[in-house]
Design a binder for this molecule. Structure first.
Ligand code: KG4
Ligand code: ZN
Length: 336
């Protein structure tokens, strides 16, 4: 089966083709709108919709051309149905459905966070269900008991900011620009992670939930205290903040591994591309088999949607409902 995948949930237009016979992504295209949104300090939904509209069809053409297949050889289309921004989701879904209808092929709506999780199964070696999953992205921070395909029990989540959101907000405080994650990681390399002792929120609580808004506020007050901040002080703040996030993720994940008795850990989402956090988790969880996607597959991409589609696309009848779900808890999957 050859699956065309379309990702448009936020500010990346991603398109890819996954071939189940070859068990590989045969071609993929990714366009990031980040530079456009950077002017406004964060994602502007209307701008995102317009840009997806402009870029999606040309990227689909390019992806098909580079795969060497003809459009009518595609067996089905997978698109991100949620969670995400309503306008961008609608553009991906309506384009996918229109192509499916014109080819008389099935389409399926994919849960964006499940795709972040499942892309790990394409790696060699691959994890096998059940496993613990830590999803860390711009909109989520989730600890999940992943029991089997489509069956996910959320055992911990953020009570306020998502972890990527905290990176983006701290980057804004430090005037580093958007998206904040990669900028903080780069600056932190020149800084001292022990320079400031920022809180490791909720780590003294017995539950598995997170809270990052207090950490962001602690950074804000530290920054405000300084007048004429130097670049090296900024780097120290970035490094100390990143270290506080890494420790928090490590402590909560360790607790979740003990509570569930699971010994495989699957990590995904944009923040999983952070090398400092990867290393902190690897060195702190030596007894656990940890799986990360390749760096370029951590942030949003079409490959993860095409791959997730290969699990859910059935030769079922076409469904022309535009079934996007901007809010869609991972525990409520229903691929019917
Ligand atoms: O998964 P993703 O591409 O989109 C969502 O599903 O949200 O994640 C984007 C988030 C942004 O908040 C971005 O700042 C963060 O991931 N991010 C990073 C890094 N690269 C992206 N955070 C920390 N370090 C990074 N290297
Ligand atoms: Zn994502």
């Amino acid at each position: 089966m050859k699956v065309l995948g379309i990702e448009t949930s936020c500010d990346e237009t991603g398109v890819a083709i996954f071939d189940t016979k070859k068990n590989t992504i045969v071609s993929e295209q990714l366009y990031s709108q980040a530079a456009k949104h950077a002017l406004y300090g964060g994602v502007v939904p209307e701008l995102a919709s317009r840009d997806h509209l402009k870029k999606l069809i040309p990227l689909i053409h390019l992806t098909i051309k580079e795969s060497g297949y003809n459009l009518d050889e595609i067996d089905g289309i997978a698109y991100t149905a949620g969670p995400g921004l309503r306008g961008p989701l609608l553009i991906g879904a309506s384009t996918a459905k229109a192509i499916a209808m014109s080819l008389d092929k099935p389409s399926v709506g994919i849960h964006h966070m499940e795709a972040h999780l499942l892309i790990n199964l394409l790696e060699n070696p691959a994890p096998s269900f059940p496993f613990l999953t830590l999803l860390i992205s711009g909109g989520h921070c989730l600890l999940i008991n992943s029991k089997s395909l489509g069956s996910y029990q959320i055992i911990g989540q953020t009570l306020d900011d998502a972890v990527g959101e905290a990176f983006d907000k701290v980057a804004k405080i430090l005037e580093l620009g958007y998206p904040g994650g990669p900028k903080i990681e780069a600056l932190a390399r020149q800084g001292n992670p022990f320079a400031f002792s920022f809180p490791r929120p909720m780590t003294n609580k017995s539950n598995l939930d997170f809270s990052f808004s207090g950490l962001k506020t602690a950074v804000y007050y530290e920054y405000k205290k300084m007048n004429k901040i130097t670049n090296s002080q900024k780097a120290d703040i970035a490094a100390s903040f990143q270290s506080a996030v890494a420790d928090t993720l490590l402590l909560k994940t360790r607790k979740a591994l003990i509570e569930t008795g699971l010994n495989e850990l699957v990590i995904g989402g944009g923040v999983a591309s952070n090398k400092f956090i990867r290393e902190r988790l690897i060195s702190g969880l030596k007894e656990t088999n940890i799986f990360f996607p390749p760096i370029e597959r951590c942030t949003d991409n079409g490959a993860m949607i095409a791959y997730a589609g290969s699990f859910y696309l059935k030769e079922t009848e076409q469904n022309m409902r535009l079934d996007i779900k901007p809010r869609w808890p991972l525990s409520e999957l229903n691929h019917g």
